[in-house]
Design a protein around this ligand. Structure first.
Ligand SMILES: [Fe+2]
Length: 481
């Protein structure tokens, strides 16, 4: 039986790759097993059997090591079924080709080179797609951006693609269709991941993912776990199981999603450029007073937190370690800036000013240059630069791109944003007042379905050339900085 989804090329390094797929349960109680071969120039180089379990909706991943840098490989992926007492051992290398049936699906990828000083990648967020009538048109319309990405890739290849939140909207229909069961979450993932153009691009470009709120529910926070009752805790468990199965399995290694203590953030390097991908969602406490209700080990928090202390420490350590990188990228699904005008939103960065100040002051105090934030979620696209009145050396740039696809009523237009902002954030260590200012130029903001191409060249004066593309693949704005 052929695989039902994938193969997706996941985290790729100079010498390894993760290949993800979904199989299907077999007839007569047979056991499904993922069977994956890698080829180089038509020669088989490695083969693996991997487990496919009902817990993860028959999604599985194979990691191949010992590959050559900067090299193109072909993938052949299949799902085989065995009587349970005859199933082969899984999670190990196999000495001969295993994906040999006519039903085999193919993919390809190129491994990274660690000395690359010029890279190209795509990022985007938010796929508002709902298969239920009368919104089912969104399944087709929301796949068009991936066709555009593939066309651009065929013209000038990308190194990787980052989908930085709201890969599914489990709550797209609000109360009209409230998904509650694991099967209903899995079904949504299956419907979106099987779309032709999404499947095509993610099969040939290494793809990274991180969740935002709609993978769980709009405006999610840990407070819901502590105070929301059994239904909310169950929702979190189901959403995390689905996130682990469909998204996190092919990311760089993290804890398995599900345990409330799981660390889901990750970092990776591409060429000479480091990336840190933040989990803005599962560590978030909007009301610190709720925190000791469910977190007996850490006790009550002193202030609201978006990231949690452990993740913040990991981020600032990473910044210190990568101080000399020509550009360093922090992926933060919820943009650190610019802010929305609505200050009532308890789950966005303005509600976490102490923590936002901690991050900005760390960058300022340690004189970390060339930090670029990549954000999504807000349903508009912008380039914004932040400076600090008291420290002329300080500069942080922010690129925001969203949504890949949403219906028009879901946009956040210019009038709802603060595009010329001022944040008074004292240095948490010395108490000295500081004013951080950010400005997004008139032309650098728009609200349309779009995704972003970023080309970084360490040897060019304006290292970053970014282009925001409309869904149909037409260039909409160019940013050089
Ligand atoms: Fe979104």
């Amino acid at each position: 039986m052929p695989i039902t989804l994938g193969p997706i090329t996941g985290h790729t390094t100079t010498n390894s790759v993760k290949i993800w797929l979904r199989g299907e349960t077999g007839a007569g109680g047979t056991k499904p097993v993922a069977a994956i071969d890698l080829y180089q120039n038509g020669q088989r180089v490695q083969s693996r059997y991997e487990p496919l379990t009902a817990e993860f909706d028959y999604c599985g991943v194979a990691r191949f090591d010992g590959l050559e840098a900067g090299t193109r490989y072909e993938v052949r992926a299949d799902c085989l079924h065995f009587p349970s007492d005859q199933a082969p051992a899984v999670g190990i290398a196999v000495g001969q080709a295993v994906a040999t049936s006519p039903a085999t699906h193919t993919g390809s990828f190129r491994t990274a080179t660690d000395t690359a000083r010029k890279i190209r990648f795509l990022f985007g967020s938010c796929r508002w797609q709902e298969p239920t009538f009368p919104m089912s048109f969104s399944m087709r319309e929301g796949d068009i951006p991936f066709r555009s990405m593939a066309r651009l890739h065929n013209r000038n290849p990308y190194d990787f693609l980052m989908l930085i939140g709201d890969q599914v909207y489990t709550d797209a229909m609000g109360f009209l269709r409230r998904r509650k069961t694991a099967e209903s979450f899995f079904e949504l993932y299956r419907d979106t991941f099987e779309k032709q153009h999404f499947r095509n691009i993610t099969g040939k470009v290494p793809t990274y993912m991180i969740l935002d709120d709609h993978e769980i529910e709009d405006d999610w926070s840990r407070n819901r776990m502590a105070c929301g009752g059994e239904e909310d805790r169950e929702r979190f468990n189901i959403a995390m199981r689905a996130y682990q199965a469909y998204q996190n399995l092919h990311n760089p290694d993290t804890d398995a999603a599900g345990d409330p203590g799981a660390q889901l953030w990750y970092s990776f390097d591409w060429g000479v450029f480091p990336f840190f991908v933040l989990d803005n969602m599962t560590r978030k406490w909007t009301r610190p007073e709720d925190s000791d209700a469910s977190s007996k080990t850490t006790g009550q928090l002193e202030a609201p937190t978006m990231l949690g202390a452990v993740q913040m420490k990991a981020l600032t350590d990473w910044l210190d370690q990568n101080k000399d990188a020509p550009k360093k990228f922090i992926v933060t699904p919820e943009p650190v800036f610019p802010d929305r005008k609505n200050r009532e939103l308890a789950d966005k960065w303005p509600a976490f000013d102490q923590e936002r100040g901690h991050l900005l002051h760390h960058i300022r105090r340690e004189q970390i240059q060339n930090v670029v934030l990549l954000g999504g979620a807000v349903h508009n696209t912008s380039f914004t630069r932040m400076t600090c009145d008291q420290d002329p050396m300080f500069r942080v740039d922010s690129l925001v791109s969203s949504p890949i696809y949403a219906i028009p009523m879901n946009f956040t237009n210019r009038g709802k944003m603060i595009l010329d902002g001022r944040l008074n954030l004292p240095d948490g260590e010395t108490g000295t007042p500081h004013t951080f200012r950010y400005k997004c130029a008139q032309d650098d903001f728009f609200s349309e379905n779009s995704f972003m191409e970023v080309e970084v060249d360490a040897d060019r004066e304006t290292m970053i050339h970014a282009t925001a593309y409309r869904r149909d693949g037409k260039g909409e704005r160019a940013y050089k900085f």
